[in-house]
Design a binder for this molecule. Structure first.
Ligand code: GTP
Ligand code: MG
Length: 199
């Protein structure tokens, strides 16, 4: 698939205040600073479309990007890093949870993890939650360029489990094709049934 024209659609900082329902959505989640925004930019070959930073905890909203009007990519706030005003911190969990539980057009969630770190409790909780609400999930193991080839392969194997595992590097672009194939498969799958949808 060609990424085509990607454009920023809008952001939500409170549960329920999302753009009107439209094409199917694929969400990107993961710990703060794991590389979610860089992943989106690399996937879409659009440096700077999703804001990246060296300061963990920067993306505090749910950001929606339209991809050639065919589907949307959704950048979720990073979890697991307590910075900023208390009011912001406690808003993140409910915001992510509400979006995941209620968004009827959501087709799957890419959970990003850093190749140099094992899965943490937050990641396991998220995977468990996705399973609970019946959403397809995959692990995207990013920053692969930080390890030598053999060490990268060993690290990838260590993430094996119930969901697909894909290696990725935003720096080199490695793994883009595999991620696009997975997104295509999710977009082709039937939509989910949501009981809590507010719209
Ligand atoms: P929050 O929005 O704060 O949760 O962060 P994020 O998950 O969006 O991470 P972001 O994309 O801002 O990247 C965090 C840092 O990791 C930045 O310094 C990026 O340049 C770096 N980074 C992200 N992906 C890669 C990668 O594949 N390789 C390398 N070497 N660095 C990366
Ligand atoms: Mg970000």
């Amino acid at each position: 698939m060609q990424p085509g024209a990607a454009r920023f659609l809008g952001a939500a900082s409170e549960p329920g205040r999302y753009p009107p329902l439209g094409p199917p959505e694929i969400a990107v989640a993961g710990r703060s600073n794991v590389g979610k925004s860089s992943f989106l930019n690399a996937l879409l070959a659009r440096r700077g479309l999703a804001r990246t930073s060296r300061t963990p905890g920067r993306t505090r909203q749910v950001n929606f990007f339209a991809i050639a009007e065919r589907f949307r990519l959704v950048d979720l706030p990073g979890y697991g890093f307590a910075v900023g005003p208390v009011a912001d911190r406690i808003a993140w969990g409910p915001l992510i949870e509400d979006y995941l539980a209620t968004r009827s057009v959501l087709r799957g969630v890419l959970v990003l993890v850093d190749v140099r770190r094992p899965l943490e409790a937050d990641d396991r909780d998220l995977l468990g939650y996705l399973d609970h609400v019946g959403l397809p999930a995959a692990l995207v193991v990013t920053k692969l360029d930080k390890l030598a080839h053999a060490a990268g392969l060993r690290a990838l194997a260590s993430f094996g489990g119930p969901v697909p595992v894909l290696g990725f590097s935003a720096r080199s672009g490695k793994g883009r094709d595999g991620v696009w194939r997975l997104i295509e498969a999710w977009l082709d799958a039937p939509p989910r049934t949501v009981h809590k949808d507010r719209r």
